[in-house]
Write a protein that binds this ligand. Structure first.
Ligand SMILES: Nc1ncnc2c1ncn2[C@@H]1O[C@H](COP(=O)(O)OP(=O)(O)OP(=O)(O)O)[C@@H](O)[C@H]1O
Length: 666
């Protein structure tokens, strides 16, 4: 498996060169830059927007269209109650500490990681070993002394301890991180002092909805909640058919403590999320699992991570589900489909792995969770999370609101059930609890059979019972005996009711887009051997612009050809750009290689004579020459992915005209 980032052609990845090219070509740029900018906020320029739109287009076709998913577009502004119920208000937090000397705010886990990594590097240096640059925070260079490596040899046992801590750095809570800081005397390199003990910092941006400030709210931290709240309507829309999936593409907001690594950790980002609702009974089978069972994935499961191994052989998802590595078919199906999507948009196959969450890394309700990680110059980066969220979300929202977020399925044979039932004296219950009535009722109805058995026993001897009702009083409510009966009753069921489980693939589009740019980047020696030029070898399907049209010179005779061609391509929905600037043809091509434009058409004197044009391939710089119809047909086939350049080269006459040829090292 990859240990240091390389380009598509195996060259060491020069991140500063790539970054400067991406900014120069305006793929993305810091927001509000002329005001000094704000960390973690970026604007996309024309090629960035186009690349993002194309990735989203492939995503929609690959998931929404292919699997008849029900797309929704929900509000970003979310009332407090929704996120309180989902657990975000209480738990969606990272641990933060403060440097008492300079006031710097540090994300505790990142701080521990950074200091231990620096010490390990120092140890390697002292031992004369080669240091692999896993991650280099560009900001480190600016902060005095930060990240500087001092050659200090550590005990072998300490090295092992540090390595073990780093391997499970995501799993520590605030107190544990505080203990690590103390135990290893971790100091902020900028000031030489230990930061304060970590405190929880909620990552949601809070706001007030409406002028009265009576309705507190948040900018959503994920798109999922909107999908859960619409579950009953979507089920109805889907004519009560299960399983089904909803999908949503939209912005989410997280007030990250220390945004870093460019587009990888930002405060506003585009997410594409799927909520697949499945019956928990019957092993969560997937009707289309057969279609993907042979897809091979790199699966880094819990045991492998604990053993410290980072390299594993690929295994088919069919085998992984059969031997229990992946919990169920539906989860396995989505891991395979995520892999195929990443492959389709051009992610390097040797730089994808799926890493299983450790037990304490997962949300408490999650049954299993795998992240699709992509290797970049910042190390392995989680780009897609794929979690089995069990019935948690629908259950908590149903319990809070009383809305029936369930599936009702007619049984083939009626069945008789004897179970505890909660019966309320509605005439007295409402007036007694007034505005809290709904919440108290929902909490009582959400009790399990075990709870009810206890309640019925209590009611035999006591005058009241106590139930937990979040958000009412101090969270505990007393229900007088005369308002409630809890007793065993027999009933005949014709219908089975269940709360579906949810499998949730959650894509961070910005992270995928950045990783893709790294994976597609390489540099080519330019004419005359001077400065190497960057190339972004995006697959034509996602390239920001598909075709560059270049007239050989400013000769007036070339103009009508350019115009006609671009009109034709536009009609076909293929994006093109005419570059009739005075730069040499080589320069014009290399400018567009940096933008990732896969194909170039040249109009020359031969065109004027016999209407033929040349088509150049960005990656090999080879060209073919044919009449316009044939070239356009070839372009269309490459853009829709049905043909590759190799096919085109085999079909059309190769052209070796000097005037448009760029030297290449390959
Ligand atoms: N701050 C961020 N900037 C950019 N993308 C993000 C950010 N936070 C999350 N994402 C993207 O959203 C996806 C789903 O979010 P999820 O809540 O699973 O992330 P997370 O586990 O909180 O990420 P991390 O541990 O890196 O903060 C991630 O896989 C990632 O691609």
């Amino acid at each position: 498996m990859t240990s240091a980032a390389t380009t598509l052609k195996g060259q060491p990845l020069d991140r500063p060169a790539l970054d400067s090219m991406l900014r120069r070509r305006m793929f993305y740029t810091p927001s509000f830059e002329i005001y000094g900018g704000v960390a973690g906020l970026y604007d996309y320029g024309p090629p960035g927007c186009s690349l993002q739109a194309n990735i989203i287009d492939v995503w929609r076709k690959h998931f929404v269209l292919e699997e008849d998913m029900l797309e929704v577009d929900c509000s970003v502004l979310t009332p407090h109650d929704v996120l309180k119920t989902s657990g975000h208000v209480d738990k969606f937090a990272d641990w933060m500490c403060k440097d008492p000397k300079n006031g710097e705010i540090l994300r505790a886990d990142h701080f521990v990681e950074e200091v231990l990594e620096t010490r390990l590097k120092g140890d390697k240096e002292a031992r004369g070993q080669k240091i692999e640059e896993k991650e280099e925070d560009p900001k480190k260079k600016k902060r005095k002394g930060k990240g500087a490596v001092e050659a200090v040899k550590l005990d072998d046992a300490v090295v092992q301890e540090y390595e073990e801590i780093l391997a499970k750095i995501d799993n520590y809570n605030g107190q544990e991180l505080g203990e690590l800081i103390k135990k290893y005397d971790l100091k902020n390199a900028a000031t030489g002092v230990q930061p304060s003990p970590p405190v929880a910092f909620n990552l949601m941006f809070q706001t007030a909805i409406g002028p009265s400030s009576n309705t507190p709210g948040y900018l959503r931290p994920e798109t999922a909640q909107g999908q859960f709240l619409n579950f009953a309507k979507l089920l109805e829309y889907n004519q009560q058919q299960m399983p089904f999936a909803s999908a949503s593409i939209g912005r989410s907001y997280r007030n990250e403590i220390s945004p870093r690594a460019g587009l990888l950790r930002v405060r506003e980002f585009l997410m594409a999320e799927i909520e697949h609702f499945v019956d928990p009974q019957g092993g969560k089978k997937h009707p289309r699992f057969e279609e993907v069972k042979d897809v091979e994935l790199v699966l880094l499961n819990r045991e492998t991570q604990l053993s410290g191994k980072t390299h594993v052989e690929k295994v088919s998802i069919g085998k992984a589900v059969a031997n229990g590595t992946v919990d169920n078919e539906t989860l396995g199906y989505f891991l395979a489909r995520i892999h195929l999507f990443l492959k389709k948009i051009g992610v390097d196959q040797s730089k994808i792995r799926f890493r299983q969450h450790m037990a304490n890394e997962m949300a408490h309700y999650a049954a299993d969770c795998w992240d699709a990680e992509l290797f970049t110059s910042y190390g392995w980066v989680e780009c897609v999370g794929c979690a089995d969220r069990s019935a948690y979300d629908l259950s908590v929202h149903a319990a809070k609101t009383g809305a029936p977020l369930i599936v009702r399925e007619r049984l083939p044979e009626p069945i008789t059930i004897e179970e505890y039932q909660v019966e309320l004296d509605k005439k007295k219950f409402g007036p007694h609890f007034k505005k809290d009535g709904k919440a108290v009722e929902a909490a009582l109805l959400a009790t399990t059979q075990c709870d009810r058995e206890e309640l019925s026993k209590t009611l035999e001897s006591a005058d009241s019972i106590t139930v937990k009702v979040e958000g009412v009083g101090n969270g505990e409510v007393t229900v007088p005996k005369e308002l409630i009966t809890v007793a065993k009753r027999k009933r005949t069921e014709n219908v089975r009711e269940f709360t579906p489980n949810v499998i949730e693939p959650s894509f961070g589009i910005g992270r995928i887009l950045y990783a893709l740019m790294e994976h597609c980047y390489w540099s080519r020696a330019s004419e005359g051997g001077d400065e190497a030029r960057g190339v972004l070898s995006f697959p034509p399907t996602v390239s920001p612009t598909k075709v560059l049209i270049v007239p050989l010179s400013s000769n007036e005779e070339f103009r009508p050809f350019c115009r006609k061609l671009s009109q034709k391509l536009r009609k076909m929905g293929i994006s093109s750009r005419i570059d009739d600037s005075s730069a040499t043809i080589g320069k014009r091509y290399s400018r567009n290689d940096e933008l990732g434009t896969p194909l170039g058409i040249t109009i020359d004197f031969q065109t004027v004579k016999d209407q033929t044009i040349t088509l150049r391939d960005r990656d090999s710089t080879k060209q073919v020459r044919a009449d316009e119809d044939k070239i356009i047909e070839a372009i269309q086939a490459m853009v829709d992915g049905s043909k590759s350049w190799k096919d085109i080269e085999a079909e059309l006459p190769v052209f070796s005209g000097q005037e448009v040829e760029l030297p290449t090292r390959e």
